[in-house]
Ligand binder design. Structure first.
Ligand code: SAH
Length: 347
């Protein structure tokens, strides 16, 4: 039993079953034993690999996308270039290098990284020495905001509910004979779920991400007031149902209850819920493949191939192919209603 499992078991024994969100929060962010707090989980030796770690092309193209939006919106100065959950800081480092020569961009920019893990903040400081750090968006100065979040929202705690009769039953974690065991809370009416998931047949499982929606709302307030854009990249759908809670360890799926605090826990992102909570204009959702092709990944690959053809071909395939990250991952762009069409997107 992991040290964290003992803590979770004790808590349930003392105060009763906890919901999926409380379990995820403890596993990922417990101040002493939380998964992200205690380690750098990324890369070949870690538990999973992300697009910026696969290839420099990803961060470079996103940097140029951000600079393009900044120019299209009248080059506001000063402005914030923020990233949520920057991992090792690789995306930001690649984005900053790619935009070095965009006239005025770096002079007008303040880089802010929103990160809760001290381990990852230290890694980020090596790769992005001139950044500022915050634990929440609210700590960032109130200025025009260009924001990117790659594989951030999938790591936020979700709640799960099953449709039962005229109500919903929340999935809870309890204890049976000294072991963690899933169960269901009492059937209760829930107007918010009825509205978000109308006409759900019996036994439908739905997920909500209250923290993700609160963060989207904060982004919305900033961008409506001062301009800017948010680019949210993650796996998920515009709208979906079903149990998507998953645990990954050493690149393999594992039971979410097997090693609390030692495996990554994620859930698919419901992009329509984030868009709605932001109260911003949501541009039609793109697959990662379409987005990267629209903003020039093939052209960038062509240039990089001169140095390392096999490596670049493999990375291009991994980022864009339907059997890899190309269609599972989606890209949501949020702006104020009057903003010009962002590069790569269409009305
Ligand atoms: N964007 C990076 C890392 C993705 S992993 C990449 O693509 O490689 C998820 C990141 O979100 C980690 O940096 C993790 O520490 C951070 N994170 C998770 N929950 C968070 C929270 N509630 N607030 C801020 N950062 C969080």
């Amino acid at each position: 039993m992991t040290a964290l499992e003992a803590i979770i078991q004790r808590r349930i024994a003392q105060t009763g079953p906890i919901n999926v969100a409380e379990y995820m929060e403890l596993c990922l962010s417990h101040p002493k034993h939380g998964y992200y707090i205690t380690r750098d989980p990324l890369g070949a030796d870690g538990d999973f690999i992300t697009a910026p770690e696969i290839s420099q092309m990803f961060g470079e193209l996103i940097g140029l996308w951000i600079a393009h939006v900044w120019l299209d919106q009248g080059s506001p100065s000063p402005f914030i270039f923020a990233e949520l959950g920057p991992g090792r800081g690789t995306l930001m480092a690649d984005a900053l290098r790619a935009t070095r020569n965009v006239a005025g961009f770096h002079q007008a920019m303040q880089v802010w990284l929103v990160e809760t893990s001290p381990t990852l903040r230290a890694k980020q400081a090596e790769n992005v020495p001139k950044a500022n750090w915050a634990s929440t968006i609210e700590e960032i100065p109130d200025l025009p905001l260009l924001l990117v979040a790659n594989e951030f929202f999938d790591a936020l705690p979700i709640r799960q509910f099953g449709r039962d009769g005229n109500g919903w039953r929340e999935r809870m974690l309890g204890l049976t004979d000294g072991a963690l065991q899933w169960g269901l809370a009492l059937n209760l009416p829930n107007y918010a779920l009825d509205t978000q998931f109308p006409n759900s047949p019996k036994d439908t499982i739905v997920e909500t991400c209250p923290i993700g929606q609160a963060i989207a709302a904060q982004i919305g307030v900033r961008i409506r007031q001062h301009g800017g854009a948010a680019l949210i990249i993650d796996y998920g759908e515009w709208q979906g149902t079903g149990d998507t809670l998953q645990a990954l360890r050493q690149h393999l799926k594992t039971d979410p209850l097997s090693v609390p605090g030692n495996a990554d826990l994620t859930a698919h992102v419901n992009f329509s819920a984030l868009a709605k909570a932001s109260n911003l204009k949501a541009w039609p959702l793109l697959t990662q493949s379409h987005f990267l092709e629209n903003i020039g990944v093939s052209q960038r690959a062509e240039i990089l191939r001169r140095k390392d053809a096999d490596g670049v071909n493999a990375a291009h395939h991994r980022l864009t192919h339907a059997a890899e990250m190309g269609t599972l991952f989606k890209v949501l762009c949020l702006t104020s209603a009057k903003a010009p069409v962002p590069p790569g997107f269409a009305q």
